[in-house]
Write a protein that binds this ligand. Sequence first.
Ligand code: AMP
Ligand code: FE
Ligand code: FE
Ligand code: ZN
Length: 276
Amino acid sequence: MSVAYPIDLHTHSLRSDGALAPAELIRRAAEHGVRVQALADHDTLAGIAEAQAEGERAGVRVIPATELNTESEWGDVHVLAYFVDPADAALEERLRWLRDNRGRRIELMVEKLNALGYTVSLERVREIAQGGSLGRPHLAQALFEAGHVPTYDAAFDTLISKDAPAYVSRVGLTPLEAVRLAREHGGAPSLAHPATVDGLEELLPRLAEAGLAGIECYYGSHTPELTSRCLRLAARHRLVPTGGSDYHGRGEHGADLGGVFVPPETVDALERRAVR
Ligand code: AMP
Ligand code: FE
Ligand code: FE
Ligand code: ZN
């Protein structure tokens, strides 16, 4: 088993589109040598309690987080909300609305796929999700299983990515709304994998103005040049440079647990930016 870096601030479990149960994910990370880990499932905090309980056993500090995927003209803008409270009922209500919208969107995509001749059942997609926050990765898995695509990743490339024939846009938050939601609930929002944003330099000052606290500079697919560029943007807008693997345990998306170097001062700096 490979040795990992001790801090990983971006991981997913099967409470959203990851493949491992929260406890299993933490155990695996601990075995690799991870000591501080954020569980950042999409639009849900349902896995946090289980992850934290396992973290206490395994010696991993688990930071509560959620990743909010937004809808806008700015490409794929995902906001990681750190240090939010799983017991915050008002936040949970907003997250439930986002999850309901996810469900309806996947239903529409299944209908489109079936009309295109790629037969998949919504029941099977729900089974794959195992009660987690539904997403396109579950659909990709179902398409792969049914033999409609040669690989999991090919499902995205040919059928369900933006501009692909079965894509349906999201009903949800704009990037600014996602930053504000995290802020209103005492969290520290960080812009995930900035390379997927269109018009980063224009969007970033607006997000910073709305309360963005960090930007994910350290990310598996970043070149050193891109990391440097993000670090310069972080300095310019007074943002904490964050980082993580985006581990899903599914397909080729994301690095391995603890696979990305994150500087040790990051966690305290981010926590100081969370408003309580
Ligand atoms: P959704 O929130 O349902 O739109 O699904 C978006 C999620 O799909 C992202 O958070 C990633 O986990 C995953 N994803 C997006 N693009 C790809 C891709 N090209 N290959 C594999 N996974 C992807
Ligand atoms: Fe994901
Ligand atoms: Fe993301
Ligand atoms: Zn992610």
